[in-house]
Design a protein around this ligand. Sequence first.
Ligand code: NAD
Length: 494
Amino acid sequence: NLLSFRTFILMQFTIPFHIENYIAGKFIGPLSGKFIDNVNPATGEIYGQIPDSNEKDVELAVTFAQKAFTEWAATAAETRFKILNKIACLIDENIEALALAETNDNGKPLWLSKKVDIYRAAANFRFFATGLMHFASESHAMENKAVNYTLRQPVGIVGCISPWNLPLYLFTWKIAPALAAGNCVIAKPSEVTPVTTFLLGKICKEAGLPDGVLNIVHGTGPICGEAIVKHPQIKAISFTGSTRAGERIASIAAPMFKKLSLELGGKNPNIIFADCNWDKMMRTTVQSSFSNQGQICLCGSRILIEASVYEKFKTEFADKAKQLTIGDPLENNKQGAIVSKNHFEKILNCIETAKKEGGTIILGGNAIKPAGRCSNGYFIKPTIIENLGPGSKTNTEEIFGPVVTLQPFTTIEEALQLANATEYGLAATVWTQDISKANLMAAKIEAGIVWVNCWLLRDLRTPFGGIKNSGVGREGGWEALKFFTEAKNVCIEF
Ligand code: NAD
């Protein structure tokens, strides 16, 4: 009955001080017995420990994944759909507990965890559960001679490695298509934000995902992450994280001829023309600059403004950003904590660099200590900087915090030059009511995603990813299901 079901779910969501790896359907500690501290960034307190897994834990996970693979790969699409859809439903049912866990781990406001992160984690599973029912392959007929058909078979055992900024959201964005396509998965969340993936293990067990199909190992990038990348039985790596780590992963995986999908950093331009819908642009620009404390790879960290409206924009934007409330993420604040002490210090160092480079701080530029339980947390005020050229460190290197720069432009050509002036190429936003200008900009901007008069509007069917140093490959829709399968052509002569 309903009551016992609820009690069962609540029991499942007790978070122990030591979380464990999820291998072969069981929760087990790291074989070395070593753990890493887990800190709540809003309070600065150590509130748990996570396995410091190494290659032995990864080996164990691979052994069980191999055992599970043949049966999972042959499981009927409808059965896989039912299990993955059940996972989506259980995520939805447990949204409160999952959102709270995400906020305590990451520092983001609770309302944001609910509205974006956990909502989207369920959506990812639902999307690929239904997608797998409709996934089909091509056939190529050679008139009166032969027919070719393409078999799309699961790759085998695949590795999925995700970052801390959208923890369960990006973890599920990888593992859902990998599982849907019939693979067994060895997955590692960020060591900074591991708890919701630990809880996901419980959900997968409850949903009836066969043991060994999904294995979640916790640990650091250089030890646990690299053990996944190096393992010869893991045939594909899907990674989201920094360009630095992506480069390292590619250097290991490429000589082993593994399939690689790399979703990396960004330094995205937000381009504002004088003829835009001003109010919508202003409202959205505050979000695209500071949502999730600026820790979204798609945030527009370089704001390029047509010179005729530069001063007007600067004044209004600073005024709006000043109104963003910062503090306890469990309360109704717009801005929460930065994810960790390390990252907090990195952002403050970047602000110092901007000052040394001659930048003028228009707003923020400093940390704050909220009163009460968050007085030892890691909070930084929304920061706006101007007077820096396109070649400055501040305008070329990813900061990944609540820090944006302003640069004026006078012509479309100059806007394009500034937009394309970094090594990154993830996303861009263009604000104009002129359809021709919008199309021209969209065609010429070097980025994998261009938003016109909107930001972060996502259709999960569309290709998602970056060019230049922002990555290799695309996620989303059929792209993801294609990545997690091998195409085999079969040619039959009549
Ligand atoms: P990170 O690169 O430090 O870590 C990401 C993940 O990789 C973590 O799980 C980490 O443990 C692991 N890792 C680190 N080094 C590794 C190695 N040598 N081998 C294997 N695994 C390794 O990134 P982060 O600090 O967690 O996340 C922030 C970065 O992620 C930013 O650069 C941001 O732009 C990027 N990001 C990109 C996207 C995208 O879709 N393009 C989305 C979100 C975040």
